[in-house]
Write a protein that binds this ligand. Structure first.
Ligand code: CIR
Length: 361
């Protein structure tokens, strides 16, 4: 069971959340960590030693979290189900405790239906689709040892640098030893993850940084893989413009090539397992950077996006601000639908937003 000092910490975290005013804290964690849930979970410990403290610490430290929880290992999703289940249900369009992720359908046969969303190039700067994968046999960030990180990096580097397909072939760049200039340029152009995310830091996900972390990309920087950032792998396809079908086709090719060599963690109920519960299931986040100056200036922009099942972010990553009416718009739900459906949700929603922007005065 969890040691007494951990239980104390968890209880203090609960009090901090309860005392926080609604304008300072409206996370799903605060909403779903009720006294009953706290009491059901506070003394539990996973086989790898993770406790409720590991699950909630990021959201307790960062009261402005949208969600506020992470799973330190796969078992956490079941052991701390009284907290995770209702939170997952709310985030992923009602995915209930007895719901099941459908079988994988990346949409190989349907990519051609996703014709360019912006053939004139008037609205969409770029399109990006990513998915996350966890390697079987390893827990998530907070439970990884330095040895784990180094071993995982070397396995993944080998797989990536041996990719045969010309469109995927590229180079692995370890974060350790990368100059600050190169790193800053890659981040600015949206290719590399930012360093020092306070949500991940407080979740204990940045230990031994930059060791074991890195980025792989092809020459054109249209196929990229992040290694050991938030998830073991983030597989990314991106390019300028609004050709969603082309971006998805390349992602599928990349995922399949990696999958042949690396067994991934998949759960019967939750699909592909990830560190953050928002990414479970498909793990697919399909997004565009799109100029919507007119409709985004209106009061109801967020409501319109919510109704279209879309999530809005600024263009410099999660928790960043928008610049000049350009937003990062993506599918919100990733669980309880297929990979193709997740992409299609973004596709249909953005199509609608562009129509609204065109019609706006
Ligand atoms: C948060 O709760 O705000 C962070 N832990 C990130 C949550 C995942 N992202 C998201 O839903 N947009």
């Amino acid at each position: 069971a969890a040691p007494a000092d951990v239980i104390k910490k968890v209880e203090a975290g609960f009090d901090k959340l309860q005392k926080a005013p609604a304008d300072k804290c409206s996370s799903l964690l605060k909403k779903h960590l009720t006294k009953e849930v706290l009491d059901a979970c506070k003394d539990k410990k996973t086989k790898l030693g993770a406790t409720l403290q590991d699950v909630i610490q990021s959201g307790v430290a960062n009261l402005d979290s949208g969600v506020g929880v992470y799973a330190p290992d796969a078992e956490a999703y079941t052991l701390f189900a009284p907290l995770f289940n209702p939170l997952i249900q709310e985030y992923h369009n009602g995915f209930a405790a007895d719901a099941k992720q459908p079988p994988k359908d990346l949409g190989e046969e349907k990519v051609s239906e996703l014709v360019d969303l912006d053939p004139e190039g008037a609205f969409i700067n770029s399109t990006r689709i990513r998915c996350g994968r966890s390697l079987q046999g390893y827990p998530f960030n907070p439970c990884l040892s330095l040895h784990n990180y180094i071993e995982m990096e070397s396995k993944v580097k080998k797989i990536l640098t041996e990719l045969k397909d010309e469109e995927l072939a590229g180079t692995y760049y370890p974060l350790k030893g990368m100059t600050k200039d190169v790193q800053a340029a890659l981040i600015k152009d949206h290719f590399l993850f930012k360093e020092g995310d306070r949500f991940l830091k407080e979740a204990n996900a940045c230990r031994f940084w930059p060791q074991g972390r890195g980025i792989y990309h092809n020459k054109a920087k249209t196929f990229l893989v992040w290694v050991n950032e938030e998830d073991h792998l983030r597989i990314i396809s991106m390019q300028n413009g609004g050709n969603v079908g082309a971006v998805l086709a390349r992602l599928i090719k990349g995922v399949k090539a990696i999958e042949e060599k690396a067994p991934f963690s998949r759960d019967e109920r939750l699909g592909y397992l990830t560190f953050c519960p928002t990414n479970l299931g498909t793990t697919v986040r399909a997004s565009v950077h799109v100029k919507l100056p007119k409709i985004s200036a209106k009061q109801d922009f967020k409501t319109v996006c919510d109704e279209l099942k879309l999530q809005i972010r600024g263009i410099h990553g999660e928790h960043s601000d928008s610049a000049g009416g350009v937003y990062d718009i993506s599918n919100k739900a990733r669980l309880g639908l297929t990979e193709y459906e997740a992409v299609k949700q973004m596709y249909d929603g953005v199509k609608k937003l562009i129509e609204l922007e065109k019609a706006a005065a």
